[in-house]
Write a protein that binds this ligand. Sequence first.
Ligand SMILES: Cc1cc2nc3c(=O)[nH]c(=O)nc-3n(C[C@H](O)[C@H](O)[C@H](O)COP(=O)(O)O)c2cc1C
Length: 383
Amino acid sequence: MKLEDCQNFEDFRKLAKKKLPSPIFAYIDGGSDDEVTLRRNTDAFNDCDLVPNILASVGSPDLSTTIFGKKIDLPIFLAPTAMQRLYHHEGDKASAKAAEKFDTFYSMSTMANTTIEEISKISKGPKLFQLYVHKDQSITDDLIQRCKNSNFDGMCLTVDTLVAGNREKDKRSGFTTPPKLSLQSLFSFATHPNWVFNYLTHEKFELANVSKKTDKGTNISKSVIEYINEQYDPAMNWKDAEYCVKKWNGPFALKGVMSVDDAKKAIDIGCTAIMISNHGGRQLDGSRSPFDQIKLISDAVGDKLEIILDGGIRRGTHVLKALAAGAKACSFGRMFLFALGAGGQKGVEKVLQNMHDEIYRNMILMGCKSIKELDNTKLIYRK
Ligand SMILES: Cc1cc2nc3c(=O)[nH]c(=O)nc-3n(C[C@H](O)[C@H](O)[C@H](O)COP(=O)(O)O)c2cc1C
């Protein structure tokens, strides 16, 4: 399988599996506990059907939408994901450049391996920063200020990761940040010499935005579970979230909202957006999927907040269904990470091109000239 032949999620996944040492592949691929929520996130899209209108003289549909105060060309963007340097040696830089080419958002995780300042230098595209609230408040304040100085367009605060989910694949593989050789993983690293060569001959692995404040995760190997549980504040509350909203003073989303009540509270503290998300099924297993929940939330607050659906997206039609159910845009994680692992910047460009083509073609088949025309009359639930 070559990158050019990758048609869908499974193709990118297979190619990434070939290229990445197994603990790293499993870190991307896995969910928490029994992965029930991970599977449901995608399966939920199959419980409803799109209803097309015919002879609508669509011509070339307009795929643009506006989120975080920015008009973007595609209604899908790259979700914030940690440690991209492990999936390809160009890491976040490759993702940011690919997103810029498609005029859509690149999102930087607090746990990125590239600094806020470096990304701002190499990309003029739309940029979102994902914040975790640290026990050490000076880290949180520093991240917000640096994003302001570097002209990031928006910020999202992840609220579903106060402790790490139980990711058993990572426990079994001994996955750590930075990666460390263990007996379990030795064979897998030894059989991926290209990955090892690129890892050793490019920039040093570090959690670049926080490494000046803490050695952990950069010079001291930690499992991701240990890292999250040591660094992030499990007592975070609405006051802390409001503090971040005020400090940022610009377009702001809570990432991980799943209930109508919490969506209403997000409005009360000044958020302009919410990301309906369960962290890609990596946190609370058995929790509801974003697509199962979007209509309820959108009916209640869709006119007061930008709604972003995050999780389970594998096809252009999933994006169309989410938009019809009330989203202004969607974000995806694993699909672009597998593409990054499979082919670096070219891989991410390929997955964005595939998504563009699927959304474009299906908009014509739906009889929709713009994504505003995708409303709830275009969707019927089976039960
Ligand atoms: C490998 C990996 C790392 C992630 N790291 C972060 C992170 O640092 N911060 C965050 O808010 N979400 C993180 N996420 C969750 C994504 O932002 C997103 O919610 C999730 O991937 C969406 O589900 P999908 O993979 O089915 O598209 C991560 C997801 C994956 C797969």
